[in-house]
Design a protein around this ligand. Structure first.
Ligand code: PEP
Ligand code: MG
Length: 943
């Protein structure tokens, strides 16, 4: 291989950097180490072996490329010169190095690390002798050696980690200590002797040639890129099958040398759960006398970074400065690792922090305010999933109170134990390993994975869980990091007796009695408090007033070209929609006003059903009058909430027979009101039955066959609006009345006349906006039939606005039943790639529904340039479908209230990156090309 295979960094100079290209070549860790060195930050010198070497290694059956060993040797010589230490030197302190993996895409904990490489038995003995056999230095060097045995044994020879752990934990138990720093040098010597024995049992020994150790370690790191752990992780994350790692060889610095001014730590420049930057209490942990993984392993009590202030004040101040520099240069929250050796700070790693949705939202907003990034950066880096996490479900403590459940009786981890690791609440059956998690999940049961601590092999179980709970670990433990990433609620460090072997949790309740929770029992986990509850809680809906959400939404509003309304059917839904940032109501479905009582005893069902079933005109009329009063009140309440914001009210859309559902159950009441015999009523109900109601007697057709019901609705809508407008001098309502499921111009004309006649009676005029003493309404139509798209030019001339009802439009364009059609054949359609996605979830940008929409908008814009279209089908919350909406230039989109923020985000992102209405121009160009081709062909035929 002629290429440069190794990039050196040290003494403020580096051969690589953190550009995208270099990260690809050196891996993220390598690129960042090089960049930090260039920035003059305190990084132990070293070199990075490129990812090309890893590629070569796998393409050539585990061979390192020719010349690599020589290049490693040359770079080790360079390192020796820079550091003044030499590898294998036993007369003085030897140069030891670490070998650490790092691919371009971060795969935390999935590949391997080996520390203290170069430490031969001879070096250890000489070191002890040089230090006069004193306890502290002896302990230190033996600790380095036992770590080398562990990591080398596991990663180079594949000896199980558990075997080392058993020996080490066994000795700690024998010595009666939990914290390994309390072990004596003779304990450590015993551990090493046992490790050597373990090596021998596996037919191995630690090479005593330090360079051989290094080459073996490099190969082991390369190998780990295709290890089972890493492959499984990539599969689960949807990453490419092959991801090559760089190998970073770096001079060791020793956080384990003593217990006074040496230690290691990890941290984030802002809290990865909340996004808050707290200068007095920075997010992260520090552990005196420690090395490598100690901080995150959960095996010792760690301290907040702020403890460094007392122990190693200079290093602390420098660390704070470094955090600042890193954020300013990357514009991202950084996740870093560091070591303090003899009171001096060394940076070992930095990378973009994996944040919860909330933290990404909050930190992006704050960084704009602090001038670190611009609005575009902030908007583009937040994903719809981030926002969804922020709109998390939470444990409903109020409901518990209402149910008389005392928290103290159900909390398992009492006495303040439990770390809030990932926000949100989860409820499910307790399971104790991955296998059980997957089995329960396959049966459709929600699960909560409970472990002592997790490691990468638990990953498949974690991601199917409603929540994760561990006995050990802190905020940066494996469980915490993975759960936060995934938006899975998580409590760690709960201190609970999680018995993985016997699959149960045992805990003393507040009366001191022992309680057992077995596998399969329901529990709840609160990721916001770190508590596990022996209770099947309820979950609350998210809080729209959340300040982080609101602040971020205010970045989106000025940017988003496509405005966001919401579907809301009553005043409380309307209020929620406004809180989530909706600028109007894109669809108020009035069906529910016929069926759901707002006040006890209204019996709206009886009213609508008696109107349908009665034969006497007077009874029918009375029923409609009752309904009109109720609907007028409902509309009045909605107007009070919405004021002058647009409200699109759709007239009754249900198939008639659905309004009769449940009628059989109260025939006696119906009989009394309608004065008809029950048998007769049954026959009348039967008469309303339709084989295909969704394509039957519903919507505008109902308005034409039974105009009295539509007239009643229009009266209720307008008279409530008149009252509202009369009651105010300022915010007047301009009504938007919408007719569902239209196809024919004559249907709209018929409706136009009906609405106009009613409007004239109450003094409303069509078009424009209402003002004091001038009440206005607009008449709109829904596009739910592709037939309507062909008629769009004509339909536009008789209406003022339109909205795509893509639930029905998908159903009718594709002929797939929205109720049950796709469940039977969709899996086959997807597996055979006939469609990529369920069209009821995502509008295919090249598919027939998108074309039906584009066609309608095109014809409409030709007829009236300022004619506005919206969308109110479920697709209005689907990011991929919103691209179609933006592409064809819709004015507004209307999802459910809780989904409004997602639609704002997507609309703003598209506005910053894509041309509004571009799909429409493309569609127009295609149509006109076809047209001119046709004209040419037709001319030939004519000639
Ligand atoms: C639609 O069809 O997309 C629509 C919004 O109407 P509904 O779902 O009420 O039929
Ligand atoms: Mg519909």
């Amino acid at each position: 291989m002629d290429k440069k295979l190794i990039y050196f960094f040290g003494e403020g100079k580096a051969e690589g950097d953190a550009s995208d290209e270099m990260i690809k070549l050196l891996g993220n860790k390598g690129g960042q180490l090089q960049e930090m060195t260039k920035m003059g930050l305190p990084v132990p010198p070293g070199f990075t072996i490129t990812t090309d070497v890893c590629d070569y290694y796998f393409e050539h059956g585990g061979q390192l490329p020719e010349g690599l060993i020589e290049q490693v040797r040359a770079n080790m010589n360079r390192l020796e010169k820079v550091t003044g230490y030499e590898i294998g030197d036993f007369k003085r302190d030897p140069l030891l190095v670490s070998a650490r993996s790092g691919a371009a895409v971060s795969m935390p904990g999935m590949m391997e690390t080996i520390l203290n490489i170069g430490l031969t038995d001879k070096c250890v003995d000489a070191y002890i002798e040089r230090h006069g056999n004193k306890e502290q230095p002896k302990k230190f060097i033996l600790d380095c050696q036992r770590r080398l045995y562990e990591m080398f044994g596991q990663n180079v020879y594949g000896i199980e980690r558990e075997k080392f752990r058993k020996i080490f934990d066994g000795l700690k138990e024998e010595a009666g200590v939990r914290d390994y720093t309390l072990l004596t040098s003779s304990h450590l010597q015993t551990v090493i002797t046992k490790y050597q024995q373990l090596y021998r049992e596996n037919g191995k020994e630690l090479p005593q040639d330090p360079f051989q150790q290094l080459i073996d370690a490099i190969k082991a790191i390369e190998e780990s890129a295709m290890g089972e752990k890493a492959r499984n992780y990539r599969k689960a994350e949807g990453l490419p099958e092959k991801v090559w790692t760089g190998v970073n060889i770096q001079t060791m610095v020793y956080g384990n040398e003593n217990t006074t001014d040496c230690g290691t730590g990890v941290g984030f420049t802002r809290d990865p759960s909340t996004g808050i930057r707290d200068e007095r209490n920075p997010y992260g942990e520090f552990l005196l006398s420690s090395q490598g993984e100690d901080v995150v392993s959960g095996s010792r009590n760690v301290f907040p970074i702020s403890h460094m202030k007392q122990a190693v004040p200079q290093a602390y101040d420098e660390l704070m400065k470094v955090c600042d520099i890193l954020e300013r240069s990357t514009g991202r929250v950084q996740d870093y690792e560091y070591t303090v050796w003899r009171g001096k700070l060394y940076m070992l790693q930095t990378r973009n922090g994996k944040l919860t949705g909330r933290a990404n939202v909050r930190s992006s907003y704050d960084m704009v305010r602090e001038g670190l990034i611009d609005v575009k950066d902030a908007v583009l880096r937040v994903t719809p999933t981030n926002l969804e996490q922020l709109l998390h479900k939470m444990i409903d403590y109020e409901a518990m109170k209402r149910d008389g459940v005392e928290l103290d009786n159900i909390v398992i981890n009492r006495g303040g134990a439990g770390v809030a690791a990932s926000p949100g609440g989860g409820i499910g059956r307790a399971v104790f390993d991955v296998k059980a998690a997957l089995e329960y999940k396959a049966r459709g049961e929600p699960v909560i994975l409970c472990r002592l601590e997790t490691n990468p092999t638990d990953y498949p179980g974690m991601i199917v869980s409603e929540a994760v709970a561990t006995a050990r670990g802190g905020k940066t433990s494996h469980a915490a990091v993975v759960a936060r990433n995934k938006g899975i609620p998580c409590a760690v460090g709960t201190g609970v007796d999680i018995d993985e072997e016997n699959r149960r949790i045992t805990y003393p309740n507040n009366k001191g009695e022992t309680v057992i929770i077995n596998e399969g029992d329901y529990i709840s986990v609160d990721g916001n408090t770190g508590k596990i509850l022996n209770y099947r809680a309820k979950l609350t809906q998210p809080n729209p007033d959340d300040l982080d959400l609101q602040n971020f939404l205010h970045l989106l509003y000025p940017v988003a070209k496509m405005r966001v309304y919401a579907n809301a059917n009553d005043s409380s839904e309307a209020a929620r929609a406004l809180q989530f940032g909706a600028e109007g109501i894109g669809l108020a479905r009035t069906e529910y006003m016929f069926l759901e009582d707002k006040i006890e005893g209204e019996n709206r069902q009886l009213a609508i059903q008696s109107w349908m079933l009665a034969e006497e005109e007077a009874i029918k009329l009375k029923a409609l009058e009752r309904l009109e009063q109720m609907q007028k009140r409902d509309f009045g309440e909605m107007y009070s909430v919405m004021q002058d914001k647009p409200i699109i009210i759709r007239l009754l859309d249900y198939p008639l027979h659905e309004l009769l559902s449940g009628a059989e159950a109260h025939l006696d009441e119906l009989s009394e009101v309608t004065k008809l015999h029950q048998e007769h009523l049954k026959r009348r109900i039967e008469d309303y039955h339709e084989t295909n109601p969704m394509l039957g007697h519903r919507s505008v057709r109902l308005g034409i066959t039974h105009p009295e019901i539509y007239r009643m609705q229009v009266r209720a809508i307008l008279s409530a609006a008149k009252e509202f407008n009369n009651s105010t001098d300022r915010k007047h309502i301009t009504l938007h009345i919408e007719i569902p499921l239209v196809c024919l111009v004559n249907e709209v004309k018929n409706m136009e006349q009906l609405v106009r006649e009613e409007a004239e009676k109450v003094g409303f005029n069509r078009g424009g906006y209402s003002s004091k003493g001038d009440n206005r309404y607009r008449l709109g139509i829904m596009y739910e039939l592709s037939g309507a798209s062909f008629e769009a030019d004509n339909l536009t001339r008789v209406s003022d606005f339109a909205s795509f009802g893509t639930n029905d439009l998908t159903q009718t364009t594709m002929g797939w039943s929205r109720e049950d059609g796709s469940a039977t054949f969709l899996p086959t359609y997807v597996s055979q790639r006939i469609v990529d996605e369920d069209p009821f979830v995502t509008i295919d940008k090249d598919g027939p529904v998108a074309k039906a929409m584009a066609h309608a908008v095109l014809l409409a814009k030709v007829a009236k340039t300022d004619y506005e279209f919206g969308i109110c089908g479920e697709h209005a919350a689907d990011p991929a479908s919103l691209e179609v909406c933006y592409g064809i230039g819709l004015s507004n989109v209307s999802p459910a209230p809780n989904q409004v923020p997602i639609a704002w985000l997507k609309s703003a992102q598209l506005s910053l990156t894509k041309e509004y209405g571009s799909m429409l121009s493309e569609y127009a160009a295609k149509v006109s090309t076809s047209f001119s081709k046709f004209m040419k062909t037709a001319n030939k035929v004519v000639c």
